[in-house]
Design a protein around this ligand. Structure first.
Ligand SMILES: C[S@@+](CC[C@H](N)C(=O)[O-])C[C@H]1O[C@@H](n2cnc3c(N)ncnc32)[C@H](O)[C@@H]1O
Length: 276
């Protein structure tokens, strides 16, 4: 097949170009640079052209890295976002890595949050919930890829509807759709499923459905991802839902934006030890 000189491909970002090349040539990313690969066959331009018209790299290659792990992603799942990694940092700051915990990943999509947690908490279990059957199937495939399927359970449910009524989780991890319906999406986000993005007129519709159930199902801590301007509203929803929270706090991400609401049921005691 005719080839093209890589230095002539200027229509897409260089990092995207290297990720696509690494996938196309089936070589590790770093080798693209260290081996000074200069030519590729012209078939590669199909991928470049997809990227040029706005298809995200993750959707072209069918995978996205999250917390150093690769996750299968597709048209039914949100591509894992770097800002969501804060949830994992926060989890490890609040719960000691030696603990055996029962977790719930609510609105799991690729399963990136719960699966990453399972790889860190090796004696622990996670229930994965999503309303979308195909997203849940993707979570299952990712669990298998990361050898976590034996500690995972999959529940297709509208939030807590099919979660057993008396089931308690030490940790609830949830990144619900929270974008306002009238928000102008950027070009890449347009390719994510709308079911994973939109949270009604004010972006808070999913929290209103989820929060009233936290009291019953959360034993120790619930981490909720939020939009940059939703901190106070979600804190109020949580506080108004139940007076027994020990603390409900907003945590900023590394870019300085509100990103998580941390709801703690009680101080860690002899049952669950915090990280030191
Ligand atoms: C923002 S995405 C988060 C995906 C993944 N947890 C992550 O952080 O990358 C929200 C997820 O919630 C799911 N979802 C939307 N509405 C739901 C509902 N009513 N019940 C359960 N899951 C829902 C979507 O299918 C999507 O996978």
């Amino acid at each position: 097949m005719p080839t093209i000189n890589i230095s002539e491909i200027k229509s897409i970002d260089k990092r995207d170009l290297y990720i696509l090349l690494s996938h196309y040539l089936k070589v590790p990313y770093y080798k693209i640079i260290t081996d000074r690969i200069t030519e590729v066959d012209k078939g590669f331009m199909d991928m470049v052209n997809e990227r040029r018209v706005g298809v995200p790299v993750a959707k072209i290659i069918g995978s996205k890295e999250f917390y150093g792990l690769d996750f299968i992603t597709n048209q039914y799942t949100l591509d894992p976002r770097p800002e969501t990694e804060l949830m994992i940092d926060c989890l490890t700051q609040h719960v000691n890595r030696n603990e055996e915990i029962a977790m719930l990943d609510l609105g799991c999509g690729t399963g990136c949050i719960g699966i990453t947690a399972l790889t860190l908490y090796k004696e622990s279990t996670c229930d994965f919930v999503d309303i979308c059957e195909k997203a849940l199937a993707t979570t299952e495939a990712n669990c298998q890829a990361h050898k976590a399927q034996d500690r995972a359970r999959f529940i297709q449910s509208d939030w807590f509807d099919k979660v057993p009524r008396n089931k308690e989780y030490d940790v609830i991890l949830c990144n619900p759709p929270y974008i306002r319906t009238d928000y102008d999406l950027d070009r890449d986000t347009l390719h994510d499923p709308h079911l994973a993005l939109f949270g009604g007129e004010d972006g808070l519709a999913c929290y209103r459905k989820i929060v009233p159930h936290l009291r019953r199902h959360c034993k120790y801590i619930a981490l909720l991802e939020i939009g940059y301007d939703q901190g106070q509203s979600v804190v109020e929803l949580v506080r108004n839902s139940y007076g027994g929270w020990e603390s409900v706090e907003v945590r900023k991400d590394y870019g300085g934006h509100d990103r998580l609401v941390i709801c703690k049921k009680r101080q860690p005691n002899t049952e669950l030890q915090p990280s030191l």
